[in-house]
Ligand binder design. Structure first.
Ligand code: HEM
Length: 468
């Protein structure tokens, strides 16, 4: 779709219609049918919403095609809204309600979502494997490499262990195919984005082909999941203890069958979707977070910070009442480079209060983390990287990389463990240095997540500086 660079406020006729449209909540001028899609920057929608936050305030309305949306850029309003049961729906998009048909965890609502949202202890450890593979690649290719592939494999395997109780070898054909399928699926979901808001777009031949491809991919990956599920069922029948999400799910089904209870949403199809959701939601987000941290920590501007982190890793924390330097740095990275700058939108299941306004059932509720994280009334010099602001343990609660409230990310704890575990393993062993002439803040890519451009890092083995 053509993207109009100019804010429609400048066009007099449209401005007049805008005044007519303003019946309560503020917001930019929209057009019939497409709403605000024509003035939304498709490469960086968070920048359009940030500019509108400055113009219309911390709660404003827009329309994505036929979907009405309220954008929330206020910490307190967001916390209050997302703590309510009425806000735990998903936005009425073709992706969630059409393609996924409300299956799995990410796209489900109401009783199915409540039943499927079982918080398990999801702890995992993969820093050692990352370092082993880095070592292997460094000795084969020399000191300067792109770490993305190694991280994709190791974090993907950490998710495999967590969800399916298995890991794949790097060169396993099934694993390469599954990763490829996920990568292409994410790209297609991205290009098919507009289908979510303009349902008739899905009948265009290009989109028909994409949708068919996505559905085929689903069917094929579910066949592989079924193979793994059968293996897990045999293990459990032989009396082994449950050790992954699939096992816990199968155990719940078994319990219900034994007790003669209704299975409700605990179906095979639901299990496939849950497995895919956990894998999809957990892998890219975690890999991208680690990449942002590596990119920024290895840049010249953060040389001193890296030295201080090395010192803390070697000698321990000086002040136990403060947050560790590494954690403070990861929090500051996720403030300025949130992996999901616009989070994952919710949908209003019933009418509800958002700040000073009453919002109708069916409205999309969009958390604007990009603006929250650089709100000048909360953050001094918001555009400046300064990890020391997070040394105070209470400050962490002012950003929400995993969102907030009843539907908060189910993988927040393992994600944090993996990110800090992998980074501390790498930084204990290596000094990292970004390749020359790369600006770490330049031009992030916005797709499924906000990613850095491809970059390479020089890894140099370091001598530890343990003080007696
Ligand atoms: C840095 C890493 C991660 C980030 C930034 C992240 C971010 C998010 C966000 C913003 C949401 C939306 C929450 C909401 O709708 O209110 C979400 C949901 C979700 N995340 Fe994560 N996530 C990460 C890692 C993980 C991991 C490791 C897993 C799996 C082990 C995971 C599984 C999920 C699932 C299943 C949902 C859907 C929850 C629901 O709809 O009830 N995420 N995540």
């Amino acid at each position: 779709m053509h993207y109009c660079k100019y804010n429609s406020e400048y066009i007099p006729l449209l401005r007049y219609i805008n005044i007519l449209q303003r019946t309560g909540m503020p917001g930019p001028l929209g057009l019939p049918i497409i709403g605000h899609l024509h003035i939304l920057n498709p490469e960086a929608p968070y920048l359009s919403l940030h500019a509108w936050t400055n113009l219309y305030g911390k709660v404003f309305k827009i329309r994505f095609g036929s979907v009405p949306c309220v954008v929330i850029s206020d910490v307190d309003v967001l916390k209050k809204v997302f703590s309510q049961e009425e806000s735990t729906g998903r936005a009425p998009l073709y992706l969630t309600h059409g393609i996924m048909q409300g299956n799995g965890l990410i796209c489900s609502e109401g009783p199915t979502w409540q039943e499927q949202r079982i918080d398990q202890n999801l702890g995992t450890e993969c820093g050692v494997e990352v370092c082993q593979l880095l070592e292997k690649k460094l000795s084969a290719e020399g000191g300067i490499i792109d770490p993305a592939e190694i991280l994709g494999h190791c974090i993907g395997n950490a998710m495999n262990k967590l969800i399916f109780g298995i890991t794949y070898k790097e060169d396993c054909k099934v694993w390469i195919w599954l990763q490829d399928l996920r990568e292409k699926g994410i790209r297609m979901m991205g290009v098919s984005n507009v289908v979510n808001f303009l349902p008739w777009f899905r009948f265009f031949p290009y989109n028909v082909r994409n949708m068919r491809w996505i559905k085929m991919g689903q069917v094929e990956s579910h066949l592989e999941y079924e193979r793994v599920i059968r293996e897990r069922e045999i293990r459990l029948e032989e009396g082994e203890e449950p050790e992954c999400i699939t096992d816990f799910y199968l155990q719940e089904v078994q319990k219900r069958n034994k007790a003669g209870l209704n299975l409700n949403s605990f179906t095979r199809n639901q299990l496939y979707h849950l497995q895919a959701d956990m894998f999809g939601a957990g892998t890219d987000t975690t890999v991208t977070s680690i990449l942002w941290n590596l990119l920024i920590l290895s840049s010249e501007g953060q040389n001193d910070l890296q030295k201080r982190i090395h010192d803390e890793l070697d000698n321990g924390r000086q002040d136990q009442t403060q947050v560790s330097l590494l954690r403070a740095a990861t929090l500051e990275v996720s403030r300025l480079r949130p992996v999901t700058p616009l989070g994952v939108p919710h949908g209003a299941l019933a009418s509800l209060q958002v700040g000073d306004w009453r919002v109708n059932k069916g409205t999309m509720l969009l958390p604007n983390h990009w603006s929250i994280n650089r709100d000048p009334s909360v953050w001094k010099n918001p555009e400046k990287f300064d990890e020391t602001r997070f040394l105070d343990p209470t400050v962490a609660f002012k950003i929400f990389p995993f969102q907030t409230g009843k539907r908060r990310c189910i993988g927040a704890d393992p994600a944090r463990d993996i990110i800090e575990g992998v980074l501390s393993h790498i930084l204990k062993v290596y000094h990292v240095e970004l390749e020359p002439d790369v600006d770490p803040w330049h031009d992030p890519r916005h797709g499924f997540t906000l990613e850095p451009q491809k970059f390479r890092v020089k890894f140099t083995k370091r001598v530890t500086t343990v003080k007696n």
